[in-house]
Unconditional design. Structure first.
Length: 188
């Protein structure tokens, strides 16, 4: 039986993308990277692993609907059935949500609903919390408001720097996300 095909959307360095594609016995084949930053590090990771990429500049499109329609076209060409966001710094719009209902998942570096949106690690660090973590959730039209699939907490110690906290959170992300992907795909 052939594996389901999935795409990863990312905008940055690509550490979660790397963790997903290097996960042992992943229940899907990552066939496409969608990226909105022309020089993001994640693109080099995709090239190294011979994964197709679609890199776009949102400003070159008339609207969010227009670039999401182009993304959908690229996803259809590769027969993608699931989308995993891994540091994708754009809000997913209704065009993409309607094309992949219940099949778009995100990882967020906090225990949602705490610290949604950008810079969640910095928000948690500055708030002085003693616990934060990682959330994997379905995407909806809000910002980090979709139904939660899994969470794992990370202790914050007084000696932690923001950078140390980021590293602890990334270690959890790199284990949790591939595990959750497998659980989702094995039950669908």
């Amino acid at each position: 039986m052939s594996k389901l095909k999935a795409a990863v959307f990312a905008s940055g360095a690509g550490s979660n993308f790397q963790a997903i594609i290097e996960a042992r016995d992943l229940a899907c084949e990552i066939v496409l990277l969608i990226c909105d930053k022309q020089n993001a590090g994640v693109i080099e990771i995709a090239k190294k692993h011979q994964i197709s990429t679609f890199v776009f500049n949102a400003k070159e499109f008339a609207s969010k609907q227009a670039y999401e329609e182009k993304i959908i076209s690229e996803l259809r060409k590769k027969e993608v059935s699931w989308i995993f966001l891994a540091g994708y710094m754009r809000i997913v719009g209704s065009t993409l949500l309607q094309a992949f209902p219940g099949k778009i998942v995100n990882i967020h570096p906090s225990l949602l609903p705490n610290f949604p949106g950008k810079d969640a690690i910095a928000q948690a660090y500055q708030a002085g919390v003693n616990k934060t973590g990682v959330t994997v959730h379905y995407i909806d039209e809000g910002i980090d408001t979709g139904p939660i699939i899994a969470q794992e907490s990370v202790a914050v110690f007084s000696k932690d720097t923001e950078e140390a906290l980021k590293k602890k959170i990334q270690e959890v992300e790199h284990q949790l996300y591939p595990s959750v992907i497998n659980q989702l795909l094995q039950t669908k």
